[in-house]
Design a protein around this ligand. Structure first.
Ligand SMILES: O[C@H]1[C@H](O)[C@@H](O)[C@H](O)[C@@H](O)[C@H]1O
Length: 569
């Protein structure tokens, strides 16, 4: 299997109808409650094993998920604290007040660092492993934070932010990837959202701490120093934990993979584990290559030439682009300015409420993502965002606010009015719809790619995210000045409308599907209808399985229950 065309035929296309109707096969009567064997590909000898032996999530998986998602917290905290730190820095750097341009450079340094490291993190994770790369990001966080805490010059601060950004980029890419590779399929979405919860929670905490430390002397140094705690915790925990089974299989370390799977699926029989490993090996053969550069070349080639991979790439990058270009981070970075503009005195408090809405609705997404489905929440979220943005645009029109001054955020304020309330209310509604759908779903990107190209594929998507974040952060205030707030919000609304159409046409429902099944769905089109049917089928199978487990548990309980006489005696 050396060339691309051969590889693509191995995970060859089937039409979903085949999957749902003839290729789903329950094994023998007794086994039916423990496992389902599906034949997802053309090769009749091939099997895709869903380990459904034990529906309860093992504590081991929870520990791995929580450890990995500390990266999400770092992402949120480190991008969140800067807005208040910039206010309280005062003249602490070089003995003078930071100019508006200085502030932009310090803020953008992290996004730039994240963009650069996201490009390399995927391939490094394929070479060295997911876990070692995440641990390396901890080292970068420590170095970056140490440079900032001790900074007395603008450049030391900027370099500290850049190095911290390298860490953020690695973590933003690898934490969701790690989680999706260890998660059982029926809760994969949810476990990946744990990372987003930590992320939005990190932003909220950073805003809160920032507000609290605002007046404290050198408070910003404490704010940065606090970020050392989670990173040290993550590093220490990872020292005792393994990498993902899919990575071990990729490296041919089958025993290690079996060991992780065994701990993840308590009581699963070893033949089932072996079968799963065989399947992972068959469907995810490592990309050939004489050396890392040759391998990288082949991976990039495979990403673009295998149709299912290319479709995955289009979806993954588009979702990350949409996430950024619908304008959310402009609010994250500049909500204080906007709220001040519309006449709110305590703008920091309102910003905290917006970040809080983002967090609360990420929690809603946590419950909805596997049950309601990714596609459904996207198609609820994007139109909701569009309507809220239109309402904001209208309200800004009546507020008659002008942002003036080249490169500054000075404002000719129309003063507080009821249109100001409309802006705040709809920014919150916007935040809610954002967090429910597009704020959360793009980070499920790892499930789009097979292991062989997952690292590089998700690198491209994450780099798109950071490039978008960089562009929006550096153009938002200029847009407010040049095309007015009404124009800016209308533009975001138009982008939300186009994005809705894109998702409707191109984003299949992937909840409940095995990672390996996703490639099948994408092999000969976006197969929206087929994906919805397969996801529905998997959901039904899952609830059926859970019902059986409950019945079995109840039976066992009845059997083991001490008799009334025994209890009386
Ligand atoms: O998913 C996250 C989340 O929505 C954050 O609030 C946002 O700041 C990030 O840019 C995004 O990637």
């Amino acid at each position: 299997m050396n060339d691309t065309s051969e590889r693509s035929s191995d995970v060859s296309p089937i039409l979903f109808d085949d999957v749902s109707q003839s290729k789903l096969k329950h094994s023998s009567e007794n086994e039916a409650t423990d496992r389902i064997i599906i034949k997802p590909v053309n090769d009749e000898d091939d099997t895709s094993v869903m380990i459904t032996f034990n529906q309860k999530i093992s504590p081991f998986i929870l520990i791995l998920t929580f450890t990995a998602s500390i990266s999400g917290f770092m992402f949120g905290y480190d991008t969140g604290y800067i807005s208040s730190a910039l206010v309280s820095i005062g003249t602490d750097l070089d003995g003078k007040t930071l100019t508006y341009g200085d502030k932009e450079i310090i803020t953008a340094a992290t996004s730039l660092g994240a963009l650069i490291s996201a490009i390399f993190a995927g391939i490094s994770a394929d070479i060295f492993g997911r876990k070692p790369c995440l641990m390396f990001s901890n080292v970068l966080f420590v170095v970056g934070a140490a440079l900032q805490v001790s900074a007395h010059s603008f450049w030391q601060m900027t370099i500290g932010r850049l190095i911290m950004g390298f860490g953020v980029g690695i973590g933003s890419l690898l934490a969701p990837l790690f989680i999706s590779e260890i998660a059982p399929k029926h809760i994969r979405g949810r476990l990946t959202v744990v990372n987003s919860l930590w992320l939005t929670g990190g932003q909220l905490i950073a805003y809160g701490c920032g507000a609290g430390l605002n007046k404290v002397h050198n408070g910003w140094r404490i704010l940065v120093g606090l970020s050392l705690i989670p990173t040290v915790v993550q590093f220490t925990c990872f020292a005792f934990l393994p990498d993902t089974p899919r990575f071990y299989v990729m490296k041919g370390e089958y025993e290690k993979a079996a060991c992780v799977l065994q701990k993840s699926y308590i009581n699963a029989p070893s033949d089932l584990i072996e079968q799963k490993i065989r399947e992972l090996t068959q469907l995810n053969e490592a990309i050939p290559g004489k050396n890392p550069v040759h391998k990288l070349f082949n991976t990039v080639k495979e990403l673009h030439t295998v149709p299912s991979n290319f479709r995955a790439l289009v979806i993954g990058c588009a979702l990350q682009g949409i996430q950024q270009f619908c304008g959310w981070n402009s609010l994250m970075y500049f909500s204080g300015t906007i709220f001040q503009t519309v006449g709110f005195e305590n703008s920091t408090a309102v910003s905290i409420i917006v970040a809080g809405t983002n967090f609360v609705f990420t929690l809603v997404a946590f419950f909805a993502i596997d049950k309601v489905g990714r596609r459904a929440i996207l198609l609820i979220g994007l139109p909701g965002m569009m309507v809220s943005l239109v309402m904001c645009a209208i309200a800004f029109h009546f507020l008659n606010i002008k942002f003036t001054g080249a490169g500054s955020s000075q404002v000719e304020n129309g003063g507080f009015s009821s249109w100001g309330i409309v802006v705040i209310v709809f920014i919150m509604v916007y935040a809610a719809f954002y967090a429910l759908g597009i704020g959360t779903v793009p980070w499920q990107q790892s499930e789009l790619f097979p292991t062989s190209v997952r690292g590089v594929g998700t690198s491209f998507c994450t780099a798109t995210n950071w490039a978008g974040s960089l562009i929006i952060a550096s153009t938002f205030l200029t847009m407010l000045q040049n095309i007015t707030p009404t124009g800016t919000f209308s533009l975001f609304a138009a982008l939300a409308a186009v994005s809705t159409v894109f998702c409707y046409l191109c984003y299949p429902e992937l909840s409940g599907l095995e990672l390996e099944e996703v490639q099948t769905i994408l092999s000969d089109g976006f197969n929206i209808k087929a994906s919805k049917q397969l996801a529905k089928k998997r959901k039904q199978q899952n609830s059926e399985m859970q019902r059986k487990y409950r019945e079995r548990d109840a039976e066992n309980y009845q059997k083991d229950k001490p008799s009334d006489e025994l209890l009386e005696s």
